[in-house]
Ligand binder design. Sequence first.
Ligand code: FAD
Ligand code: SF4
Length: 329
Amino acid sequence: MMRLPKFEYHVPREIAEAVKMIAGSGPEGQFVAGGTDLFPNMKRRQQTPRVVVSVMRVPELNLITGDEKSGVRIGASVTLTDICENPIINRDYPVVAYAARTISTPILRNMGTIGGNLLLDTRCNYYDQNYEWRKGINFCLKKDGDVCWVAPGSAKCWAVQSSDLVPVMVAIGAKFRLVSTIGDRMIDAAGFYNDDGIDYLKKRPDELLADIHLPPTNGWRASYQKLRRRGAFDFPVLGVAAYVHLDRAGAVDDAKIILGGIAPSPLEVKAAAAALIGQPLDNDHIQASAEAAYVKARPLDNTDFVMNWRKQMARQYTLRALRELATTP
Ligand SMILES: Cc1cc2nc3c(=O)[nH]c(=O)nc-3n(C[C@H](O)[C@H](O)[C@H](O)COP(=O)(O)OP(=O)(O)OC[C@H]3O[C@@H](n4cnc5c(N)ncnc54)[C@H](O)[C@@H]3O)c2cc1C
Ligand code: SF4
């Protein structure tokens, strides 16, 4: 049985108290929300904070406010189950509720939060193993070792961004509010993720993710398609988020295609959007967009399924996502 290492546990009731506690614990401290990612990582000794500060009992982090006209603010500690069941999110941002419903299992969604999901550690077959297994291969660059087993000549870690909500947040233009003892800042989801499996976030360890801001909908449509082996439980090994806005004449005047689950950060395929903009959302242009997504998708051999097949699935899943949008009223 894998056991947690010893650590101090704090449960602040206010944001100011939480960020002060983390600032006071320096590099030894880490926030935890539902713990469905952090605690297994601690058991595997991938992350070993001495001080753990829970963000679950801060009332401000547990609220959902607003609507499609003003935009919606979601506190980082709102559970995935609450996202799935919230009437405003289901009515105004169904793509967010849908992507949340594809995450893991009902029990994990009861514990797991939207904030923890957006900050999820990157994943790799050579890393998501227990300590003894990793020791057996002399570890790897991401933790305790000096070689990447996926790309042995590489100085970079290629562990994969594996959250279902990340590509959706990038596609719809969400923003995140980060708070520390120094102050607040807002950052676009699109600029928040680094293409590096170790340093994968543009967030300092002392910054708390306070809330997620969904923009007003203004008639845009968005869809998410997830590839995984089993219909539940499994992480995405490809996730396609598609976003379009149509003008009054029915032509696409804005579009984004974001691929998740294939690289350390979500991948925006600009050529796939360019194939749609100024055009009707018809079969020919959807095919052209899906082809562009296929060309840019370069999954690596560090998750489930053969990488060439996952690349081909980028075409199929982009087709599915855009066809769904073409038939949305
Ligand atoms: C078996 C299994 C299957 C899973 N399947 C999926 C899946 O299909 N799709 C998917 O996307 N995920 C999946 N997950 C991952 C995880 O359950 C979810 O991503 C969940 O939403 C993580 O949220 P959490 O609150 O438990 O995060 P935690 O484990 O509490 O935290 C995750 C990270 O975020 C940091 N953190 C959390 N909240 C804050 C905050 N407010 N400010 C600053 N830092 C913070 C923590 O320090 C940690 O680094 C799975 C996990 C398991 C164990
Ligand atoms: S991509 Fe390489 S360095 Fe990163 S976790 Fe996998 S094996 Fe380790």
